[in-house]
Design a binder for this molecule. Structure first.
Ligand SMILES: Nc1ncnc2c1ncn2[C@@H]1O[C@H](COP(=O)(O)OP(=O)(O)O)[C@@H](O)[C@H]1O
Ligand SMILES: Cc1ncc(COP(=O)(O)O)c(C=O)c1O
Length: 274
């Protein structure tokens, strides 16, 4: 058996729940081999109410990382997370074209949980115009689905369907909108659309604030599933279960944030074998 190679082009979250840290942990849990190109470093200030600072990595350095990665055989799947700058978004667009990458998951990261201001709005527009048309699947949360679709608020499954329709028109093959937040109280609903069929994925909503990194984990799990040969629908279904388990075992990191535990699906109920 050859191990499948999975690439994340994303930002670093030193607190370990989100970003490329979430991606690598998830790739490992799926039994795949993770590679990374770092696009930005995010720091959070405990002396200033955990306010986020995003330091983009110079796009030439992103390019050099990608050159390193593609000096080997092509990857089986890739995902993007936070991208840092328009130059980097252009580089990612060119890489997908140059290497004809088959399984491309675009997580259009525009906000961090707990923050309600859009990070770098110009990047959101570049992701829409340059990367969504290249995607196998795009994985927006409700806020990001509004930005991509041009809709003002999504507060029902019917609204999500309308947004999904508009996002498919941007050129992606599939979109999954993560709707858990403002829909029915007790259900966490995600909607998948391929341009002709809608599929709802529903699991009980977990009453917790410790879900930092859930979105990155979900997109990384879809990516690893695609690399292992799952269909898009099966990859989303499995990722939903994997992510929900990681949220169940989320924990308080400090008084501001609680990450999910990416290892929960495989390890939570097993005795530690040290
Ligand atoms: N409290 C929760 N209970 C159950 N599922 C959740 C909860 N929070 C997030 N999810 C699920 O986790 C995945 C990531 O969604 P979300 O947290 O909205 O992403 P993002 O981090 O991009 O905002 C989705 O499948 C969503 O339904
Ligand atoms: C590097 C990075 N990527 C992505 C995110 C988004 O995280 P989440 O999966 O909680 O939406 C964050 C949030 O802090 C981040 O720091």
């Amino acid at each position: 058996m050859t191990i499948k190679k999975v690439l994340s082009i994303a930002g670093s979250d030193s607190s370990g729940g989100a970003g490329l840290q979430a991606d690598l942990k998830t790739f490992e849990e799926y039994g795949t081999f993770g590679l990374t190109a770092i696009t930005a470093i995010v720091t959070m200030d405990p002396d200033n109410n955990w306010s986020h600072h995003v330091e983009p990595i110079d796009s030439e350095l992103v390019k050099a990382q990608i050159k390193t990665i593609f000096s080997g055989k092509p990857v089986d799947a890739m995902k993007t997370g936070m991208l840092g700058s328009i130059d980097t978004i252009q580089i990612v667009h060119d890489v997908i074209d140059k290497y004809q990458i088959k399984n491309v998951v675009i997580d259009p990261v525009m906000v961090c949980k707990g923050e309600n201001e859009q990070l770098q709005p110009e990047n959101g527009r570049a992701i829409r115009d340059l990367l969504v048309p290249k995607a196998t699947i795009v994985t927006p949360n409700l806020f990001e689905a509004c930005q991509l679709s041009g809709m003002r608020k999504l507060s029902s499954v019917a609204d999500m369907k309308e947004a999904a329709y508009k996002i498919i028109e941007l050129g992606t093959k599939y979109v999954v909108i993560k709707g858990w937040e403002s829909l029915e109280d007790h259900k966490a609903i995600d909607l998948l659309y391929d341009g002709s069929e809608f599929t709802l994925f529903e699991l009980p909503k977990i009453n917790t604030n410790y879900n930092h990194g859930a979105g990155c984990t979900f997109a990384a799990a879809i990516t690893a599933g695609l690399a292992k040969g799952l269909s898009v629908k099966s990859a989303v279904e499995k990722a939903k279960v994997f992510t929900t388990e990681s949220i169940k075992y989320g924990f308080a990191f400090n008084r501001f944030v609680g990450p999910v535990w990416h290892g929960a699906y495989n390890k939570a109920n097993q005795p530690l074998n040290i």
